[in-house]
Design a binder for this molecule. Structure first.
Ligand code: ZN
Length: 136
């Protein structure tokens, strides 16, 4: 991954920060889908529930609790719709910011990481408190 693309994703997230749907909550995530070294689409975490076949809820023991839509899956589904096809191999950039616009850890969760890998993600890049991390 070209460092310029990571910087571009971070800039886009910072610009979008005041409009993030969870701006008054703790978790403000963005995911960017990268195909052939270009950001093709992005998404944020949202209040809705993920499709049941993605199996996010199987790790929740409280029957009244529901998993929210993670930014990775929102971005993936938008990219697939935009391109009108499966993405083939792609990379994901995760960004998490606090209200002050400082980067926070945004490694993919135990549901998103295997799911996105199965869908074709070859590598995750994610923000940390001090820069970038990588998950292969
Ligand atoms: Zn997740």
């Amino acid at each position: 991954m070209n460092k310029r693309i990571l910087t571009e994703a971070l800039r886009m997230a910072i610009r979008h920060l005041p409009n993030h749907p969870a701006v008054n909550e703790t978790w403000m995530h963005w995911s960017f889908i990268v195909v052939d070294n270009k950001i093709v689409e992005w998404g944020t975490n949202l209040r809705g529930q993920p499709p049941i076949h993605y199996a996010y809820n199987k790790k929740i023991v409280d029957v009244d609790a529901h998993c929210k839509l993670h930014s990775e899956i929102v971005a993936y589904r938008r990219a697939k719709k935009l391109l009108g096809r499966d993405l083939g191999s792609f990379e994901v950039i995760n960004v998490r910011l606090n209200k002050q616009g400082h980067t926070k850890i945004s490694a993919p969760c135990c549901c998103c990481a295997p799911l996105l890998k199965e869908l074709g993600c070859t590598r995750f890049y994610y923000t940390t408190d001090a820069g970038w991390g990588k998950l292969v």
